[in-house]
Design a protein around this ligand. Structure first.
Ligand code: NAD
Length: 551
């Protein structure tokens, strides 16, 4: 009988599959469930509330078995975490095609999803959980670091030194916040109701200390702020209680955001519920739990609006907490912006986004070699140099060693091509899996997050991620996925992902050049179509063809 057990990707160059393309998918699936990587591996949950890598253990075993025997001209089809077929395709086709959590429009809500999930018919794939390219908290670290750098540039003279950021949620994604703030020289006060989440971040060196009480946390924060010393502080408690209390007491906070799992009301702890009772209560009385979680989110968001009124920089960090608070009847929920329109969209216009790669050898030295090669490839890019240097010093690898950095259209293909050469000429010990988050420039429709407040009002148009997935299939990616509901929850997003394996062969080089040109190219054309000037100049400069501009 297959059941929970520790999973870890093999290291080294010995293949258990028929080729590196299949081996890479196998190792990355296993890596997503490595206890060092996944938040709740026994439940197959990788991150983001209930984002899973496989539907159940039987499906996991079947995927492992199938990947081991899959040929170079075959493709495994995965329907919400379960392998449902193997088809004869061809060498340029992806080895795996994945569709996770997709529901027809009128049925696309949590209630219906849960009903189908209970019947064993679907699973929640989040973004990189069900598409096997989650690389631990580092994956979100650079984006979070860039976001806080943009906040610093906008409001605080380019540094967070001397400021206090208040946030909640120290999970798989939210856990990047304290380190991102201290990398920008600020003080972070981070609330979480799960003592394990706080301990884990301290263990992984993303969080500095745990405070004993709110008073203690504020004292530590103010002392560090006054000394302009970076410090991150974890505080155990319910954000929906602590934030209103801090607002009422006039806590000296400069920046407020949140990364609790608000996208899923069954993963947000309602006020008055003990953390230890959360899971059983959510399972036994989901409707009651949801109502109370939404009421608590309304109180939480009301406090955030209060901090904004008092002069703080406040933004939604992509977890849909404003939407949930609005559902609970709080009218001012959308008074503060989402982080994409506020800070990230100009990067998307250039086709920039969270490019990442994992060393299938398991050797940290492979990543260090790629770091150095990348810096030599882009000698002029100062922010890349700053990031790679800090990441080299401060990022603790989880699972297979990996690196993330935001690269744009015209850059990713160069990096990918160089990486493939490094595998081919033996500089690296084994191939690399090169992928990205679904939170990218041209791969997602998500009106509360990546496509909030588009210039032309096209926030909810979901043709773009579908075109993106099709382009990646047509260009030669190794696995391609289309998901629904990642980041912000059911009914609120449709998004696509791709991973391309650099195995050092000529064929891989041909595919990688196409995929890593066309994939970020989708971001450029999506933003040209929406009327962004920056995207138009990028398209002109890089020769991205746009028929409607060729009249
Ligand atoms: P996670 O489930 O791993 O962690 C969520 C954390 O919130 C948990 O540690 C939980 O204990 C805590 N929490 C829940 N209710 C709380 C409450 N009332 N008070 C205090 N703490 C509470 O999730 P994650 O992977 O860290 O993702 C967090 C959210 O951010 C999700 O909604 C996710 O979709 C979203 N997200 C944002 C981005 C981004 O770029 N900003 C990217 C991916 C995901």
């Amino acid at each position: 009988m297959s059941g929970p057990r520790p999973v870890r990707a093999p290291r080294g160059t010995e293949l258990s599959a028929l080729g590196w393309q299949q081996e890479a998918a196998l190792r990355m699936l296993q890596n997503n469930l490595d206890p060092e990587v996944a938040e709740h591996p026994d439940k197959l949950v990788v991150y983001g509330g209930t984002g899973k890598a496989a539907r159940d253990w039987r499906s996991f075993d079947a995927m492992v078995r199938t990947l081991r025997t899959l040929r170079q001209d075959e493709t495994m089809l995965v329907q919400s975490g379960r392998p449902v077929g193997v088809m004869r395709t061809h060498e340029w086709a992806p080895r795996v095609l994945i569709a996770n959590s997709n529901l027809v429009g009128d049925w696309a809500n949590w209630e219906e999803f849960r009903r189908l999930e209970a019947l064993g018919l679907t699973m929640y794939g989040q973004m990189t959980a069900g598409s096997w390219i989650y690389i631990g908290t580092q994956g979100i670290l650079q984006g979070t670091y860039e976001t806080f750098a943009a906040v610093a540039a906008k409001r605080f003279g380019g540094t967070l030194a001397g400021t206090i950021t208040l946030t909640a949620g120290l999970g798989g994604m939210g856990g990047a916040q304290p380190l991102a703030v201290t990398m920008n020289d600020g003080v972070a006060l981070c609330v979480d109701c799960d003592p394990r989440a706080i301990e884990r971040r301290i263990e992984h060196k993303y969080l500095d200390v745990r405070a004993d009480s709110l008073e203690h946390a504020l004292r530590l924060a103010v002392e560090a702020r006054d000394a302009r010393r970076p410090l991150s502080i974890g505080l155990l408690g319910n954000a929906a209680q602590l934030l209103p209390r801090m607002l009422a007491e006039g806590a000296p906070v400069d920046i407020v955001t949140d990364q609790t799992s608000a996208h899923d009301p069954l993963a947000y702890l309602p006020v008055g519920v003990d953390f230890d009772d959360m899971a059983s209560y959510a399972a036994e009385k989901p409707a009651d739990f949801t109502r109370r979680a939404r009421e608590s989110m309304a109180a939480h968001v009301e406090a955030m609006v209060g901090f904004m009124d008092a002069g703080a920089e406040v933004f939604d960090y992509g977890n849909s907490i404003r939407g949930e608070a609005q559902l609970a009847g709080y009218a001012r929920a959308f008074d503060f912006p989402g982080f994409v329109p506020a800070y990230i969209r100009p990067l998307f216009c250039e086709g920039k986004g969270p490019f990442r790669w994992a060393a299938l050898s398991g050797e940290a030295s492979d990543i260090h070699k790629t770091d150095k090669a990348l810096l030599d490839l882009f000698p002029e890019n100062e922010s890349l140099h700053r990031w790679i240097r800090m990441a080299g010093e401060r990022v603790h690898f989880q699972g297979l060693p990996a690196r993330i950095c935001w690269l744009g259209q015209g850059e990713r293909d160069k990096a990918g091509d160089m990486f493939n050469d490094m595998v081919g000429n033996g500089t690296l010990a084994a191939p690399l899996a090169i992928g990205r988050d679904h939170l990218d420039c041209g791969s997602v429709a998500s009106p509360y997050r990546e496509t909030e407040a588009m210039l032309d009002g096209s926030d909810a148009i979901a043709d773009w991620p579908l075109l993106n997935a099709m382009v990646n299939v047509a260009s030669g990616a190794s696995w391609v996925s289309i998901h629904h509901g990642g980041g912000v929850g059911m009914g609120r997003s449709i998004h696509a992902g791709q991973v391309s394996v650099a195995d050092g062969t000529k064929l891989a080089g041909e595919k990688i050049r196409r995929v890593l040109t066309n994939d970020p190219g989708m971001g450029v054309i999506r933003h040209v179509d929406a009327g962004y000037d920056i995207a138009e100049s990028v398209a002109d400069e890089r020769g991205v063809r746009i028929p409607m501009r060729e009249e």
